[in-house]
Design a protein around this ligand. Structure first.
Ligand code: PRP
Length: 184
């Protein structure tokens, strides 16, 4: 039997589970402080955000409502084509509400830009972005996260929700993918 460990390309740990836990808690506290009256609707961007969002809400001491959306890229499997579309929208009423988008990583910024426009079109009073990871070196759109955990270098990373070919999302730490991938 070939073990996962033997075949895994998840190499060195870039961000450990301990660093993640500490940062997620800090971010949850900050968000609660910034919305003293009413918590925003948290909208997780699928699929990558699912673990971060789950940990984030469990560090909040106030009731919070969540929803999800999914944005897809077309073309090469990475977003170099610059073309994104909505694959799944929210079901909550967004009109007149403060929305906080939650994502695992901002890379080119195309996903965020598209999702912000979508949520504004649905009538959100405000749309902010909370991302665990930021890779500003690859930005194509002028996206600046309102809440951000870690700035990461231009390496292909996996774990804690981030995948390579749908693998490795389950890993508790964030790893560099050995060998990298061609994202051009
Ligand atoms: C990843 C990640 C972000 C997006 C960021 O999602 O979860 O949503 O890419 O990239 P961008 O800033 O270049 O748009 P992906 O489209 O890979 O789908 P997934 O979340 O289902 O893995």
């Amino acid at each position: 039997m070939t073990s996962f460990a033997k075949t895994s390309r998840a190499a060195e740990i870039l961000v450990s589970r301990e660093q993640i836990a500490e940062t997620v808690e800090r971010m949850a506290h900050q968000i609660q402080e910034d919305y003293p009256a009413e918590m925003p609707l948290l909208v997780g961007v699928l699929k990558g955000s699912f673990i971060f969002l789950a940990d984030l809400v469990r560090k909040m001491q106030r009731p919070v409502e969540i929803d999800f959306l999914r944005v897809s890229s077309y073309g090469s499997g990475v977003k170099s084509s610059g073309s994104v579309g909505l694959r799944m929208g929210v079901t909550s009423l967004v009109r007149g509400r403060d929305v906080l988008m939650v994502d695992d990583i901002v890379d080119t910024g195309l996903t965020t830009s598209y999702a912000v426009k979508y949520l504004r079109r649905k009538g959100a009073s405000s749309v902010k972005l909370c991302t665990l990871l930021d890779k500003p070196s690859r930005r194509q759109m002028p996206v600046v996260p309102d809440y951000m955990g870690f700035t990461v270098p231009d390496q292909f990373i996996v774990g804690y929700g981030l995948d390579f070919d749908e693998q490795y999302r389950h890993l508790p730490d964030i790893h560099v993918l050995a060998g990298g991938v061609d994202e051009s």
